[in-house]
Write a protein that binds this ligand. Structure first.
Ligand code: NAP
Length: 244
């Protein structure tokens, strides 16, 4: 890949795995994190050990000024080649009827508005340059619905899927691809954040492949979508879910 890739939420989980996978291929990476500075610094060190430049920027993707600062930092590394819109949150498991408006609002701010703000900054650079790729990290929840757990999160990821389709049609003529991945049950900290650290193990028997997935397995799909090997793939979202 020629140029820098911005990864949102690169300090932990799937985002960190994407940063490492890009670093292993020599791609400079500028990534954001929300609060876990030490985790972000560890990922920078891992990327540098793999032989590339990595910069971590504390930036809340739901804040326009933060997003502008993130992309300004990426600009200092050179021309942009791509964006991985990965930062995302869930909240405590709850039926729809009990969801507090403030919680839904914050979730949509991070998962939807954040993805839009970052995509805007990316296309402002990629369209004039005549190429590049945006990869949106969605979720199988967008299709399954998240009943009894987090329908607000599922709805936010369905919005991300629509962003992938619509933006791909807008910027395709400029040579920019917009694609997505829908991870299934992946072993990261996000499940503890929703109040059930053992969620992947509980649901693993429902996965046709019989197990939860690893962040590295999602990262490999993301790196392929970013690469020239996926040059005719746009406006679509790839399930990385073991068949679930
Ligand atoms: P994770 O382990 O909880 O990591 C989340 C990452 O996003 C962290 O780097 C976190 O930064 C960052 N982040 C959170 N809120 C942010 C904000 N407002 N602004 C900037 N960065 C923010 O989660 P994960 O499991 O890797 O999830 C990554 C993506 O995959 C999310 O979009 C998630 O919805 C999606 N996904 C995950 C699964 C799964 O099973 N794990 C399944 C489907 C989809 P800090 O480290 O500073 O907190």
């Amino acid at each position: 890949m020629d140029g820098t890739v911005v990864v949102t939420g690169g300090s932990r989980g799937i985002g960190a795995a994407v940063v490492r996978a890009l670093a292993a291929r020599g791609t400079p990476v500028c990534f954001s994190y929300a609060t876990h500075r030490e985790a972000a610094e560890a990922v920078v060190a891992q990327a540098e050990e793999l032989g590339t430049t990595a910069v971590a920027v504390r930036a809340d993707v739901a804040e326009e000024a933060d997003v502008r600062r993130l992309f300004a930092a990426a600009d200092r590394l050179g021309p942009l080649a791509g964006l991985v819109n990965n930062a995302g949150q869930v909240a405590a498991q709850s039926p729809v009827v009990d969801l507090e408006p403030a919680r839904i609002r914050r979730l949509l701010d991070v998962n939807v508005l954040g993805a839009f703000l970052c995509a805007q900054e990316a296309v402002r650079r990629l369209v004039p340059a005549g190429g590049g790729t945006v990869v949106n990290v969605s979720s199988r929840a967008a299709v399954l619905g998240g009943a009894g757990e987090y329908v607000d999160y599922a709805a936010s990821k369905a919005a991300v899927d629509a962003l992938t389709v619509g933006l791909a049609r807008e910027v395709g003529p400029a040579g920019v691809r917009v694609v997505g991945v829908r991870p299934g049950l992946i072993r990261t900290d996000i499940h503890a954040g929703a109040g059930e650290p053992g969620r992947v193990e509980r649901l693993a028997p429902t996965v046709p492949l019989g197990r939860g997935g690893e962040a590295d397995e999602v990262a490999e799909a993301v790196v392929w979508l970013l690469s020239e090997a996926a040059s005719y793939v746009t406006g679509t979202t790839l399930d990385v879910s073991g068949g679930r």
